[in-house]
Design a binder for this molecule. Sequence first.
Ligand SMILES: Nc1ncnc2c1ncn2[C@@H]1O[C@H](COP(=O)(O)OP(=O)(O)OP(=O)(O)O)[C@@H](O)[C@H]1O
Length: 245
Amino acid sequence: MIVLDQVSKRFQRRDKSWFDAVHPLSLTIEQGEIFGLMGYSGAGKSTLLRLINLLERPDQGSVAVDGQELTALNAGALRQARQNIGMIFQQFNLLANRNIADNVAYPLEIAGWNKADIQTRVAECLAIVGLTEHADKYPSQLSGGQKQRVGIARALAPRPNVILADEPTSALDPITTRSVLQCLRDINERFNVTIVIVTHEMSVIRRICNRVALLDNGHLVEVVKVENKQLHPQSVVGQELVRED
Ligand SMILES: Nc1ncnc2c1ncn2[C@@H]1O[C@H](COP(=O)(O)OP(=O)(O)OP(=O)(O)O)[C@@H](O)[C@H]1O
């Protein structure tokens, strides 16, 4: 579903020197997987996630999602292709002046859906995340967990095959984290949506991921399978991350 081939990204520091946030790496994520990106702060997790939908354009290499090479598309075609890739953020990124239903409707309006279809789809998505009764409220009236469910409903609205989640539970308490992760798992199972999730918490990886890529200083160290909530990394960094859990 997602094929990264020798992608890399460097940023220029203020002093004009260059910094390699992602060294050339290749990675394949299968359809229907929940795939984790994990590593210490600054490892390059978020940059790598943002390379998947070209929010960051790789300096080298290619990115293909659902059989389409995104790195080869012009701006219009890329906008279209991004309909297939939803995104969820740590701080939810909801629009404060729109109610919950209108937040979920937003990507559909941008994509040019007609009003009746938007209304139906918004109702469906709010039901999926269990927020039907809150449709008319505003983000400030919801708890953190509810706000993230709005984020999930909004990401799901255009019927994407892929959802990218950047630290989706890092702003939430442990119990709310559990229910948001359960919500992501339900969506994965019901709609076969491939989910890529950035986290620095091993418990998140254990709970919902099928595999995880371990990153260290912009390098892909290894890809590890998660079976029965257990993982057995071979690398020093991987073993350290497991031990610290
Ligand atoms: N737009 C940018 N300009 C310059 N440097 C950047 C930019 N984006 C990221 N970086 C740097 O790239 C490195 C990797 O950042 P990234 O956010 O991908 O790491 P991360 O593993 O997600 O870390 P964290 O867990 O702290 O969010 C960091 O040193 C960061 O400062």
